[in-house]
Write a protein that binds this ligand. Structure first.
Ligand code: MG
Length: 381
């Protein structure tokens, strides 16, 4: 079944406080209007009409320019005049379902769209609504009475009707400004189905509603893990770089860069967590630019890649495996060094050390091994 949709985005937004009108406020990085327009288009609307104020027509066209079959028209002084302007911009079969939706209800799901369309098969109209759950009381500053909530519903949008039937109902309407289209249709004797709405379809009305919406709009996050291993050979020298800290020693680690195995393992762990290959891909040993390069460059690069993905580093855990030098006197300096390179709190950095009790290449002091694990939080893919 094809359907069209009218989004009403022409209100003055007086109750929402000062600033730009509600449909144009930023919500999760895009205008409020964008949310429901893309929901309706994504659900298969054959034609989408956005009704807005004259000064926002160009902006609406630019915002939604990638949506097929979009019209943007100027609204009227009242909601019903705006809806009528939207209906006038529609064409197609007269009995095609048309969904009327408030731009100020951004969290419109395909499920709700499907439910109101489905209900139209057996009714003259359909209204997304929720049963009233709270007790209802009357009064100004103290209770003077109560209202039985039984059989009461909170009307939401979208509301669905056959196009010509809705146009005719508006033509016949002679009452005061109606609160919604269901009221106009009901006045003609039409049967309007109550369809289960969605608590997330609340209308952005008061300033505090935007705070709640912003928390709903925040993209889902997920945790990714990565691990990194590096080893370097001991050679002649008088000190070693470990985690960006220079430690006096009777040997040095041999390598293309500063041979800081600790920072290399951490870099690989971060790259692993975001699926970005390994340190050799980003900084090929064959590239002379990286000869003698402080390894802080590599770790900072991996940290920047996490940041560019909208991610953040949750924790880093590094183990250094060597008989000598003793790591513990330098542990706090190393943690601080790593935290500083990455711009994270030192509490997120763990540095541990162990020996292999004389066994293997670390035990024979042929080389030092570093092993790291990183946990990174990223926007869900
Ligand atoms: Mg290395």
């Amino acid at each position: 079944m094809t359907f069209s949709a009218v989004i009403v985005a022409a209100g003055a937004s007086l109750r929402a406080g000062p600033g730009v009108p509600k449909p144009w406020r930023n919500l999760g990085g895009r205008p409020v209007l964008d949310w429901s327009a893309r929901a309706l288009s994504g659900a298969g609307a054959r034609r989408l009409v956005v009704v807005t104020t004259a000064d926002r027509i160009d902006a609406a066209r630019a915002l939604l320019s990638d949506l097929p079959d979009l019209s943007v028209v100027e609204g009227g002084a009242t909601r019903s005049l705006s809806v009528r302007a939207g209906l006038a911009a529609l064409d197609g079969p007269p009995d095609e379902p048309v969904l009327v939706h408030d731009a100020a209800r951004p969290f419109l799901s395909g499920e709700v769209i499907g439910r109101v369309l489905e209900a139209l098969a057996t009714a003259d109209g359909a209204l997304a609504a929720l049963p009233v759950a709270d007790s209802l009381r009357c009064g100004e500053d103290h209770v003077t009475g109560s209202v039985d909530r039984e059989g009461l519903w909170r009307a939401q949008t979208p509301q669905a009707f056959r196009r010509h039937a809705l146009v005719r109902a508006f033509d016949a309407w002679s009452g005061p400004e109606p609160t919604d289209e269901a009221a106009v249709m009901a006045a003609t004797g039409a049967r309007i189905a109550l369809v289960r709405g969605d608590p997330r379809l609340f209308k952005l009305t008061w300033p505090e509603d935007f705070e709640m919406a912003e928390s709903l709009a925040r993209p889902a996050r997920e945790v990714r893990m990565g691990q990194g291993i590096d080893a370097h050979r001991w050679g002649p020298g008088d000190g070693v770089w470990l985690c960006g800290v220079r430690i006096p020693h009777d040997a040095a680690l041999v390598g293309h860069s500063d041979a800081d195995a600790g920072l290399h393992a951490l870099t690989d762990a971060l790259l692993g967590a975001i699926g970005e290959g390994d340190i050799g891909q980003h900084f090929p040993p064959s590239d002379l630019r990286w000869k003698g390069e402080p390894s802080a460059t590599f770790l900072a690069h991996a940290g920047a890649l996490v940041g560019a993905r909208g991610g953040r580093i949750l924790s880093l855990d590094l183990t250094l495996v060597c008989e000598r030098p003793k790591v513990s006197p330098h542990r706090e300096a190393m943690r601080m060094s790593v935290a500083t390179i990455l711009g994270i709190d030192v509490s997120r950095v763990s540095i541990k050390a162990t020996t292999t009790e004389g066994m293997g290449y670390t035990g024979r002091q042929e080389g030092l091994l570093a092993q790291a694990v990183a946990a990174v939080e990223l926007p869900s893919a």
